[in-house]
Ligand binder design. Structure first.
Ligand code: SF4
Ligand code: SF4
Length: 189
C-alpha cells in the first residue's frame, strides 16, 4: 500500500536536483525573501505529508497572522511555518526551470530576482542547467494517483489556506490512510 515512501523519494530527488542548481547556476535566494509565497493548491499526498510532518496543530498558530494575500503558512515574520515539509512548487521556485515556448521549443526561466552565475541566462535553452518541470510534475502526479487510489482518497486539489484554517477536515479525510511499515500514523496530538 503506497503511503509516503514514494513521495519522500520524490522530494529527496527534487531537493538534490535543486541543490545542484542553486548557488552554482543561479545565486541563492536571500534568506529574508518570501515574495513568491502566494496562495496555492497541493495534491492530496502533499497535504497528507504536511499534516504528518508539521507536528501538533498548535504550532501552526505560532508566528502570528500571515501577511494579507499571501500563503497562509507564511508567518508574520515572513518565514515558512512548514519549511521542512513544504510542497513541490515551493521547492522549484528558486531554480531555473524549462518551459515550452510558443514555438514548441524549450526556454529556461527563473525568478527575476535571481542572477545567473553560470552558463547562458534566462530565455536560453542551456543544456541540463535547469529542471524539466513537466517531468517532475508527471512523477508527482503518478505518486499522488497511487496514494489516492490505494487509500480511496478523492484526487482533488487542496488549497493550502483550507489546510491551515480547517486541518481537522483533512485529518478526517486522511483518517484511514495506512502508514507503511516505516511510518507512524497521522495524529492530532
Ligand atoms: S508553504 Fe511555505 S514556502 Fe510554500 S508558499 Fe507557503 S510559506 Fe512559502
Ligand atoms: S524564488 Fe525569487 S521571490 Fe522566491 S524567495 Fe527566491 S528570490 Fe525570493
Amino acid at each position: 500500500m503506497p503511503s509516503l515512501g514514494q513521495y519522500h523519494d520524490f522530494l529527496r530527488d527534487m531537493d538534490e536536483s535543486c541543490a545542484r542548481l542553486e548557488g552554482t547556476v543561479v545565486e541563492r535566494c536571500p534568506s529574508e525573501c518570501s515574495d513568491c509565497c502566494g496562495p496555492q493548491t497541493v495534491h492530496p499526498v502533499e497535504a497528507y505529508a504536511i499534516l504528518k510532518g508539521s507536528g501538533p496543530l498548535r504550532l501552526w498558530r505560532k508566528g502570528g497572522d500571515h501577511p494579507a494575500e499571501r500563503c497562509t503558512f507564511l508567518s508574520a515574520a515572513r518565514t515558512c511555518r512548514i519549511y521542512p515539509v513544504r510542497p513541490f512548487l515551493c521547492r522549484a521556485r528558486g531554480v531555473p526551470v524549462f518551459a515550452r515556448s510558443i514555438g514548441g521549443g524549450w526556454v529556461r526561466d527563473c525568478c527575476q530576482k535571481k542572477r545567473f552565475l553560470a552558463g547562458p541566462g534566462q530565455g536560453s535553452a542551456a543544456g541540463a542547467l535547469g529542471l524539466r518541470l513537466e517531468q517532475w510534475k508527471a512523477r508527482l502526479n503518478s505518486v499522488n494517483e497511487a496514494f489516492c487510489e490505494s487509500n480511496a482518497i478523492p484526487n482533488r486539489p487542496i488549497r493550502l489556506s483550507d489546510l491551515f484554517r480547517a486541518p481537522w477536515v483533512y485529518f478526517a479525510l486522511f483518517e484511514y490512510v495506512k502508514p507503511s511499515s516505516q511510518e507512524s500514523g497521522l495524529s492530532m496530538a
